[in-house]
Each structure stands twice: as structure tokens, then as C-alpha cells.
Design a protein around this ligand. Sequence first.
Ligand SMILES: Nc1ncnc2c1ncn2[C@@H]1O[C@H](COP(=O)(O)OP(=O)(O)OP(=O)(O)O)[C@@H](O)[C@H]1O
Ligand SMILES: [Mg+2]
Length: 381
Amino acid sequence: MSNNIDFSERPWLDPEAEPFIRIQGLTKNFGAFTAVDSVDLDIYKGELFSLLGGSGCGKTTLLRMLAGFETPSAGRVFIDGTDMTDVPPYERPVNMMFQSYALFPHMNVEANVAYGLKRDGVAKGEIKRRVHDMLEMVELGIFSKRKPHQLSGGQRQRVALARSLVKKPKVLLLDEPLGALDKRLREQTQFELMNIQDELGVTFVVVTHDQEEAMTLSTRIAVMDEGQFVQIGTPTEIYEYPDNRFVANFIGSANMFEGRVQKRVDKNLVVNVPALKGELIVEYSAEIADGSKVWLAIRPEKMSISTTLTDTNSVNVLSGIVHDIGYLGSMSTYRIELEDKKIIDITYPNQHRPRDGKHLAEWDDKVYLKFDPSNVVLLTR
Ligand SMILES: Nc1ncnc2c1ncn2[C@@H]1O[C@H](COP(=O)(O)OP(=O)(O)OP(=O)(O)O)[C@@H](O)[C@H]1O
Ligand SMILES: [Mg+2]
């Protein structure tokens, strides 16, 4: 069974679409400190929405206000059309898996998952059936009689997940749900989460430190800084079309050049970059005045590297010396020192095995970096 929510329609672009969760001007002050600063956000049914941001930026505080564990200093929260702002946590159609989820150590897996249903007075037979189904879903059926200390960290995390899902909340808030898992288990559980979401039609709001995880899981991501959203968008939008320097640097890495717009030539802008004593060309269609101060961001994977310069007429060519090489197997990262000492990072796939033990470029080689104007991101702030 699948609820088959089709996000190709992108409800967030449809002004008529009803949000499932609506957050309006939500603020939390702790004394003179503002942890969440007047945020607005609409989340649609069945979304897997991620909050991404550095430590202390307000992610957990925002989740706790959605769950009702924290009273907002200002603003309102609506879920499924109902104002929840003054509704206590246990009366909200919401369940939260905490950053430091705690299983009951003296109870076995089954009893841990059943706990919330029991407390709600659900009939015995139904509890048994729902707990069984949930444990099958997270592939822990064979461990149902074990105590938490007899499980691995990843298995424990899946028990915590089963415990928060078994009550079939309409909204599930997960605070760092996969933090304790190793890379392989983390990836496996990510796909499990997506399956669970697809099967139960739950709306997820997930907090994470891990940007790859957010990119893999999410319908949309909100990037947070100092209690505010600095950009909200799909993973592709956030990565390929960052709105500002904070997002460009926080999501992935970017080589950044400061400059001024010199002139427009058709669909491109010529930008003067003092650090290069030259100019870079960027494709940019929006209106912008000559002389504007801008930043150009180029992702490390969007450049090519070569020890020879074949086409001397092409634009956006930088030359430098290989300063450092990181061999990662499938690809290598190169740190290139340009003539003015600026360091550029580039990643390049290792499509061929080394010849005579040599990779594409070696330490201290002179190299040429090239990138297309359409791969340069122009930022105005
Ligand atoms: N009860 C509280 N009293 C005072 N300050 C608080 C309280 N709870 C949180 N804060 C502060 O609010 C800010 C946001 O905290 P929050 O827990 O939301 O951060 P976070 O984004 O979840 O960080 P992390 O990624 O480290 O979990 C922090 O500076 C924190 O110190
Ligand atoms: Mg937190």
C-alpha cells in the first residue's frame, strides 16, 4: 500500500494548496536571547522536511514548539487546519523522537514500542498486532524479546523510531534520528524512513547536522542560522541555486570570488575580480546594474583540471600549482594555489587508472582550471 503523494506537482508552488503544518511568526526567547526568530513556514502533507543548520541555531527549539513542549514567545502553529498553539503535547497529532532518545532499559523491545499505546488505553489485542507490524517494518521482529543493552546502536535507534511511529501520528518530528548509525546503516535506514513515510503517509520534520542525509531524504530543506531561515528549497535548489553566501558555504563547499559587474554581453555578465587581476564570465539573466558588488561561487566538482592548455581562447581559465592532493578512490580532490596565493579546491573523478603510477596531476605541477559560465553562481549578499 502506498499513499503515492506526487511531489512532482510541488504543492509549495501552488498558492491554492492547503499546508498541513503552518508556522506563523514563531518566536522563542530565553531571557534576552532569541533562539527562534519570527519564522514562517508551510509544510505539506507527506513531506519529508529537513531543518539543517549549525549547532545552536534553534532547530531543536523549533521542533519542541511544534510538539508543544516549549511555549512560543510569539506566533502560532496550525496542524491540519487547527490552531495548536495552546494545545498540550499529548493532545497534538504529533510524535517526537528526541535527539537523545531514551529507551526503557528494563523493558524489552516489544514493551518499549507498546508503552505509548498501553498508556493511551488501546485494547490488548490491537497493541499486540500494531507492535508486531511495526517491528516487522523496521526489521526487528526477531529481536522483540531482547533488552536495549542487547542491541547495537543502530538497532536501538530503530526501536526508538518504531516507538514513535506505532502511534500513527500525523506528524513525526525526528531530532537527529540517525546520529548513532554508521555510514552504511545510516544509508539503509534513510531508505527505510522513506519507505515508512510512503507507506504511512506521515509528514516528517527532521532535524539533522548531516547535509548529505538532508539531501538524500528531503522533499525540501530549510537552512537555519541564528534562529532564522536563510533559505528554503528542494535539495537541488539549495545546492545549485544558493541564495546567499551563507548557504553556498554551508551546503557543500564553494570557491568564492568577490568582484564587480563590469558589463553585460548577451546572457552573460563580465565580472571584474581584483584577486585574479582579471575577469570571470557568469551566465546571469536577472537584471543587475553595472558596478554592483557581487560574489561568484564555483563548486569544486564544476571545474575541470588539466596540465595542458588546449584552447587559449576560452574564458574562465585559471592557472596555478598543485598544492595538495587527496586521493579518495573514486575521485581526487586537488588544492590549487593561484598566482596571488588564493587557494582553489577542485574535485575530479578518477575515470582512468594511474599511468606509470601517476595521476592526472601531481604535487607542484602547473595546472589549468576551467569552468563554464553557466556553472558559476552569482550572489549579491
Ligand atoms: N531552556 C533554555 N534556556 C536558555 N537557552 C536555551 C534553552 N534551550 C536552548 N537554548 C539556547 O537556544 C539556542 C538554540 O538551541 P537549540 O537546542 O534549539 O539548538 P540546535 O539547533 O538544536 O543545536 P544542536 O544542533 O546543537 O542540537 C542555543 O543557543 C541554546 O543554548
Ligand atoms: Mg538540537
